[in-house]
Write a protein that binds this ligand. Sequence first.
Ligand code: PCP
Length: 387
Amino acid sequence: MFHTASPEDILAGKTTDIYFKRTVEILRKKGIARNVKAEFCVKKFPGGLKWGVFSGVEECVELLRPLPVRVDAMREGTVFGVNEPVMIIEGEYSNFALYETPLLGLICQSSGVATRAARCKKAAGDRLVVSFGARRMHPSISPMIERNAYVGGCDGVAVVKSADLIGIEPTGTIPHALVLVLGDVVSAMDAFDEVIDSSVKRIALVDTLEDEKAESLKVAEALGEKLYGVRLDTPPSRRGDLYQIAEETRWELNLRGYHHVKIFVSGGIDEHEIERLNPVVDGYGVGTAISNAPVLDFAMDIVEIEGKLRAKRGKSSGAKSVLRCPSCYKKMVVPRGTTVGRCSCGSDFEDLLQPLVADGDMLCTLPTPAAIREYVLQQMRFYSLAE
Ligand code: PCP
């Protein structure tokens, strides 16, 4: 029905590039079996970024677990840098060669989305950031997109299925359509208040027919204390400077005692716009910037064959460890198994690459989306948007 691969297709290796299928055919035909170690790294981040959030591990486990391989990986949500291996697969090459394409697809897109979400949440601080971007992507991947937006740092997601997958309530306001169909924003919010469970925050969209200030005051007068906030999604043709529109709206609301009414904005929002608008905005609906975030260009490269150091040009050979000090986040990449002394701050380094699966057995308990999100937010204390 839809032009997408089914889980069965992916597990069967049907989403592989043909040259991997032919490589396996050649190796099998010629009876060549080589035990290799292959690692996954990013050589360069998009847009000059210096760090990324590693995501997509849970789905990789679905692909790797049935295979006769051993996998070590960074915990999902780990912030990593260029040339730091996030995952190492060890096994007979032809047993997992078919899965390079889907494995890369899983982590390249997931990590791209999680990284942009982390940057938006870092920019917003305690202000709300909600993923509004499923409509920009094929619906079959909405849950994946929004799960990574959430683990990357978003406080909420808009799509019903995504919220189910994450185990949270979906977040939303009202669409322009409700205001148009019911005639005006007050009628729309009155109907919302009448029909929708009172546990759902009442946030009115205030740019459909009149000026944002005017619609905000009308709906504040109508709902009073029940109005949680207003959303400004001002069309580009009328947008001018959203900062000033939000500032004016704030002034008029406060002047009339509606200090409790929060101001949300959406439409063309990214981490830079968030940093600019923070003084006058309480929350953000971020769509395209997160859901269509640039992928992180991971590559899988063989670094050892039959225990011998072997890698292509441009790639350092040998399996590696990524050591990080849990206190000051100092990091170093060393040959795997190298022992180093204590960090200069006194703490012992930890190897970020931990056992994940081996020959069908899970070697760790996978964290929940909420736990991954918490881990990302913790690490964000050590990273800035500028770097
Ligand atoms: C869009 C909708 C999305 C916003 C914009 C995402 O507005 O509200 O949440 O925008 P972005 O991709 O630029 O970040 P409309 O489609 O105008 O509004 P609605 O469906 O809410 O009526």
